[in-house]
Design a protein around this ligand. Structure first.
Ligand code: NAI
Length: 280
């Protein structure tokens, strides 16, 4: 992607955090925007934030887990903008709890948003991105937890490992086709957004992490977040320009990635030891 100017980018989860920062950054680069989120109020705020940039902006309330609605949105974006060149499958949620304590409904919820949302966003937009006949890109947001597993994160890990496998397979298919469309998988470390605030957490989180309450836990997660959403957006857009396959965001992501590469199995012992220490 040599230039974002006059392109059309669709972004899910654009009402907050990384999705909003991507919208703001892309608008500055004169990229037209199609924004969506379940949060109508936050979405309207993002639209307001990019309104002075002089680009065309459309928005829609959308649950990425809703397959029909996702395909209808892709049709609508092309109808409204005449084309689409990029899809950022960014919407995501977090879930904390042990496997024993996490119900099927919670697993279905997180997979619906984090995994099916990405699959559906890719399948709905990819034919249109190819049809545009210009440089195009699918950007799927996984996590460092798509590379590295943690206790209490089975649902999140499962969804983000799935995004990685799906995107790496897609990238290879697109490379073979040489169709001008590419794909990047993004693995952020802790980013200062609302993700922890909006997370579902079960009681087992408190027991296993030795934290007094869910509120304290959210605070301690947020204290570990090192990178701003604006910095994350910049890294993502540079990586797409450079057609990278994988992008890590933040020093924490790089450390965990290194640990997983050098100790691909034993890293789990290091993690469990640190959990045991913290819960004493
Ligand atoms: P955020 O909570 O600030 O933003 C996520 C957005 O997704 C919100 O606007 C929310 O309303 C929206 N959303 C939630 N469920 C949705 C649904 N069913 N349909 C449509 N929209 C929905 O969080 P953040 O951090 O900006 O998250 C963006 C992506 O980055 C997510 O995929 C997340 O898993 C990923 N990520 C975030 C990290 C962090 O530390 N903040 C670390 C690694 C990955």
């Amino acid at each position: 992607m040599k230039s974002y100017k006059n392109k059309v980018a669709a972004i899910t989860g654009a009402a907050s955090g990384i999705g909003r920062a991507l919208a703001v950054d892309l608008a500055k680069r004169k990229c037209n925007l199609a924004l969506s989120d379940v949060d109508e109020k936050g979405l309207a705020e993002t639209v307001q934030m990019v309104s002075a940039a002089g680009v065309r902006v459309t928005s829609r309330t959308l649950d990425v887990a809703d397959r029909k609605a996702m395909h209808a949105w892709a049709d609508e974006v092309v109808h409204d903008h005449g084309k689409v060149n990029l899809i950022f499958n960014n919407a995501g949620v977090a879930l904390g709890g042990t496997v024993e304590d996490t119900g099927y409904e919670d697993y279905e919820w997180i997979l619906g948003v984090n995994m099916w949302g990405v699959v559906q966003g890719t399948k709905a937009f990819l034919p249109y991105i190819k049809q545009a006949g210009e440089e195009g890109h699918v950007i799927n947001i996984s996590s460092v937890f798509g590379l590295f597993a943690q206790p209490t994160q089975s649902g999140y890990n499962m969804s983000k490992f799935a995004v990685r496998g799906f995107t790496e397979s897609l990238r290879q298919e697109l490379d073979i086709e040489s169709c001008g469309v590419s794909a990047t998988c993004v693995h952020p470390g802790g980013i200062k957004t609302n993700i922890a605030r909006n997370a579902r957490m079960t009681k087992s989180m408190e027991n296993l992490t030795g934290t007094a309450s869910a509120e304290n836990m959210r605070d301690s997660f947020e204290a570990l977040f090192m990178t701003t959403a604006e910095q994350a957006a910049k890294v993502i857009l540079s990586a797409v320009s450079a057609n990278k396959r994988r992008v890590l965001i933040g020093p924490d992501a790089r450390v965990l990635d290194m640990m997983q590469r050098t100790l691909p199995v034993i890293y789990q012992k290091v993690v469990t030891a640190s959990f045991k220490l913290a819960s004493r």
